[in-house]
Structure formats: C-alpha cells, structure tokens
Design a protein around this ligand. Structure first.
Ligand SMILES: Nc1nc2c(ncn2[C@@H]2O[C@H](COP(=O)(O)OP(=O)(O)OP(=O)(O)O)[C@@H](O)[C@H]2O)c(=O)[nH]1
Ligand SMILES: [Mg+2]
Ligand SMILES: [Zn+2]
Length: 304
C-alpha cells in the first residue's frame, strides 16, 4: 500500500494509507534503513509482514530539505515575528534562496502583529518595500488575536506547506490555531504540539518543538510544524547562480550577462547602479554579497 509519512517516534513511523486514509504504525525494513533516511512527507510503499507494517521503499521525492527536515512540500511558510524575536533578514534571505533552488513556493508570514508599536511599524514598512513590492507573498498574522490566519489558510488550501523560521516566532501557535478549527485527523491529534512560553525563558527564544509533525486538514491540505533554528547555512548552491534568486536584480540587464553584480563598478553593473540610487535595497544587496562570498569560498575550497 502507498502511504504518506506523518510522524516519527524513534523506530516507529505514523503513516497515512493514501487509499483508505487510515493512520497506521509502521517500521523501516532493513534495506530502507541502510540506504536512506526517511523524511516526514515521504511517500512510501508499505507491506504487511506478519502482524507488522513494514516500509519497503521510498518514492522519488519532488524536493527535500535538511532544515527543516521534510520532503515533498509545495510551500515553505517562512515565519518571522515583529518582536521577541525581531526579524532576522539574513535568515529570511537564506530561506528565500533555498526555496528558489529547490523549486518551493515561499510564503512570508510575519507574526505577533498584536505587538505592533513604533519600532515594529518600521519593520512592516521595510518588509513591504523590499519583499512584498517585489512580488513575494506576505501575510501579517497574530496567533493571539487570530488575525489574518484565515487568509494564510486560504492561500495554502490543497497544498502541502511546512512552517520554518527562528525559534519562538510562533510556528506551533499558528499551527495550533489552524488545527483547532480545521483538523481532519482527530485520531492523531493526541500527538500534541509543544508550546513554550518564551517570556518565561530567554528573550531570544528557546527550541521547544523537537520534531517535525505533519497534520492533515480538509481538501487535501497538509501542514508541517517544524523545530525552529537560530543559525542556518546554505549548502549546494552554485555561487554564480545565486543572483537568479533575487527577483529585484532580474529587472535590470547588466551589459555583461555573466555579471555577478559584486566586483564590477557602477558604470558597467546596472544592479550596482540601482543599489546606489536606492531602487534596490542596499541592505538586501549587502546580504547578497555576503552570501555570494561565502558560497564562493566553499567553491574555491573544493578545487584546492
Ligand atoms: N504576542 C504574541 N505572542 C505569540 C504569538 N504567537 C506566538 N506567541 C508566543 O511566542 C512564544 C513562542 O511561540 P511558539 O508557537 O512556541 O513558537 P515556535 O516558532 O513554534 O518556536 P519553536 O518551536 O521553538 O521553533 C509562545 O510564548 C507563544 O505564546 C502572537 O501572535 N502574539
Ligand atoms: Mg514550535
Ligand atoms: Zn552587474
């Protein structure tokens, strides 16, 4: 039978039978154990052997991520919060780059809208200018007031979406609100999300969710809650192609098509010229250069 992996506890996997929609417990066969690690979201072949369900094969993945560790997703909902913690734009840019190269649709979700004050108003202005106006989907939500969570839910209907982002931004809180109203699999809802009160812990937030969980909603919609992170590194991205992940650069055609918009001067580099006159955000451009240098160094090391 064909199944989808929804949870993992040590050597046990909860799988959903895609024909009957039943949830079952399954174990890895020795073969699969040796070859691959199974990810939440994987489509697998399960066989009944004696009284046990055994995962004998993993289907080819549409995509896979290491952080968060998930497979076969359509959207990555990149969650930031206006405060506690404040937005980390480098982290956001890295995730947007990853989405571009993995063929995943990014959705930016800015949470804790209820904490809006003068400082966070500036963050909203910045996010609108640099991300929303360049075509990214941006939602402003609050899991306290539940504002705009219905809009986010509407956007992801019929798809599989993983939440990702800093620890403490509210991924589990948003997931819980969605599940409260829309959950379609109450038999597994006993596997509860863990929510930590970061106000009583460190200000920077604490890792509370320890593993990925996949939840099923109505109309073939799935959401995955994932553990948060504070550091996040890009891997396997050719530095020469990094520029393609920046929609705002593609508006400007440099004289040299292989220009990386890094070392050339403004006379020949149209992107740099537009950074100078503020058509392209300077900070986002500087984050690009930082990532470019980092990826280039990794590449240089390969050929030493
Ligand atoms: N004021 C306010 N607090 C929120 C909101 N959403 C979440 N919180 C609080 O922020 C803290 C962290 O929320 P979580 O949902 O656990 O965050 P998370 O992103 O799942 O964190 P990790 O599991 O560590 O990655 C908790 O104390 C929540 O109550 C919100 O919209 N407004
Ligand atoms: Mg969490
Ligand atoms: Zn250029």
């Amino acid at each position: 039978m064909k199944c989808k992996i929804t949870e993992n506890f040590f050597d046990r996997f909860i799988v959903k039978d895609l024909e009957t929609n039943e949830h079952k417990i399954a174990f890895l066969s020795g073969n699969v154990k040796k070859k691959n690690s199974v990810l939440i979201g994987d489509i697998v072949q399960v066989e009944k052997k004696y009284d046990k369900n055994i995962i004998v094969n993993i289907d080819k993945r549409k995509n896979e991520l290491i952080r968060p560790p998930v497979a076969n997703i359509d959207n990555l909902i990149i969650v930031l919060s206006l405060k506690n913690p404040t937005p980390d734009y480098m982290l956001l840019d890295k995730q947007l780059v990853l989405c571009y190269f993995k063929n995943i649709n990014p959705i930016i979700c800015v949470n804790k809208l209820d904490l809006l004050d003068e400082d966070s108003k500036k963050e909203i202005e910045y996010i609108n200018k640099v991300y929303k106006n360049n075509g990214y989907d941006v939602f402003y939500t609050s899991s306290k007031t539940e504002e705009n969570i219905d809009l986010l839910l509407k956007k992801i209907e019929g798809t599989t979406s993983a939440f990702s982002g800093n620890s403490g931004v509210g991924k589990s809180s948003i997931t819980n609100i969605i599940l409260k109203n829309k959950s379609n699999n109450n038999d597994v809802q006993t596997l509860k999300l863990e929510i930590g009160d970061i106000a009583r812990k460190t200000k920077r937030g604490k890792h509370t969710t320890k593993k990925v969980s996949l939840f099923e909603l109505e109309n073939n919609t799935y959401i995955l809650d994932t553990p948060g992170f504070s550091s996040y590194e890009l891997y396997d991205i050719p530095y020469k192609e990094l520029k393609h992940a920046y929609v705002e650069f593609s508006k400007y055609n440099c004289e040299f098509s292989d220009c990386a918009h890094v070392i050339e001067n403004e006379d020949v580099c149209l992107v740099k010229r537009n950074v100078k006159c503020s058509n392209i955000d300077k900070n986002r451009y500087e984050r690009y250069v930082y990532l470019y240098d980092k990826l280039k160094k990794i590449d240089d090391r390969k050929y030493k």
